[in-house]
Design a protein around this ligand. Structure first.
Ligand code: KIV
Ligand code: ZN
Length: 387
């Protein structure tokens, strides 16, 4: 029996911290609705104390969304927690996400505090949040660079104070997958009250390891993954939701599943791309424009014979259009014949050879051949052969 991993989407909070990607309330509501339909378990809707606009967006999303938990971020500061609770007042299922930096960099250089004082401040914040909201998540900011023994003390204290979800952010994207996995395993084995909480991954992508680290985290016992659509987020971004979900689906031996309706992944990716004005790189895993496109002759021949030769995911599973055979100078006869057939043009052997020679002449001059050009080229071949 597979265990569930909760998907905590933070596109509207951490994702929206990207410069130039500010969303209005109406856009946030539209994305929140799509996230609910997608099947995410938690939507982090914003950071209410940060601005009146963020407060309003969280408040409206909390009153509209019915089936998904709506979460609001706060620092471990009274006025933040009060603002988060107020914004979540009408939520069916609300969660306050509060926390504080726990690495020595944060404690001594940012907060000018001490380890003891940070634990005290965290405990106070969690207790305050628990008085105002039924569900509280605690984040240990920069947990990726926090000493594991100290982190275990922090986690134990926050669980005792009432936090039911403990977020272990690799805020700077520093960890290697085995280190992040070992950190989660360490907490699972050294925190005496860990059975009363769920550990959550929250990985940034500064070294391109956010997805790998999140997977290492769930393999070590975390049961919530914090992520964003298209991996949007500060600097190099957050863990990409679609990557985590499809990895768990592809690798069934991990024995973990999510509630995500994967056939909606491409559509929501396009919506977030457009609303945030944040283009998705063409070769982005799962949702990039080239994710199911094949241009070299050897690969095209394989895919035409059997899709599985060069594709591990059926494009339909993620709501993408069919595998694409792109005609370029590296394409072979099989691809040309296949594309001609899609245009309802059947070619015999001589016609195909002739068409291929003409095609290569054009393809050498340009990157890609469009359907329009192809049709014209093939019609010319058919006319010549009919004479
Ligand atoms: O990256 C991080 O540490 C965060 C926390 C505020 C949860 O986004
Ligand atoms: Zn973050």
């Amino acid at each position: 029996m597979k265990e569930q991993v909760q998907i905590f989407d933070t596109t509207l909070r951490d994702g929206e911290q990207v410069p130039g990607c500010k969303l209005g309330t109406a856009q946030k509501i539209e994305i929140a609705r799509e996230l609910e339909l997608l099947g995410v378990d938690v939507i982090e809707a914003g950071f209410p104390v940060s601005s009146p606009g963020d407060f309003e967006a969280v408040q409206q999303i909390a009153s509209i969304i019915q089936n998904t938990t709506v979460c609001a971020l706060s620092r471990a500061v009274e006025k933040d927690i009060e603002s988060a609770a107020e914004a979540l007042k009408y939520a069916q299922n609300g969660r306050i996400h509060t926390g504080i930096g726990t690495s020595d960099f944060h404690i001594f250089q940012k907060l000018n505090s001490s380890r003891k004082a940070v634990i005290e401040q965290g405990v106070k914040a969690v207790k305050k949040a628990r008085n105002l909201c039924a569900e509280v998540e605690f984040y240990a900011e920069d947990a990726g660079r926090t000493d594991n023994f100290f982190l275990a003390q922090v986690v134990e204290a926050m669980i005792d104070a009432g936090a039911r979800i403990i977020n272990i952010p690799d805020t700077t994207g520093y960890c290697l997958p085995h280190q992040y996995g070992e950190k989660i395993a360490f907490l699972m084995n050294h925190v005496p009250n860990i059975d009363r909480a769920v550990l959550s991954t929250h990985c940034h992508n500064d070294l391109g390891l956010a997805t790998a680290n999140s997977i290492a985290g769930v393999q070590a016992g975390a049961r919530q993954v914090e992520c964003t659509i298209n991996g949007v987020g500060e600097r190099a971004g957050n863990t990409s939701l679609e990557e985590v979900v499809m990895i768990l689906r592809q690798h069934r031996q991990i024995q973990l599943s999510t509630n995500i309706k994967t056939e909606q992944l491409t559509q929501i990716s396009r919506i977030v791309e457009a609303e945030m004005n944040m283009p998705v790189q063409r070769n982005k895993a799962i949702v990039g424009e080239n994710a199911f496109a094949h241009s070299s002759g050897i690969h095209q021949d394989g895919v035409i014979k059997s899709r599985e030769t060069y594709e591990i995911i059926d494009p339909k599973e993620v709501g993408a259009s069919n595998s694409q055979i792109i005609l370029t100078a590296r394409s072979g006869r099989a691809a040309l014949k296949y594309r001609a057939k899609l245009l309802q043009i059947e070619l015999n052997k001589d016609q195909l050879n002739d068409a291929y020679d003409r095609f290569l002449e054009v393809a050498d001059q340009q990157r890609q051949i469009s359907d329009f050009q192809l049709k014209e080229l093939l019609n010319n071949v058919l006319v010549c052969h009919a004479r």
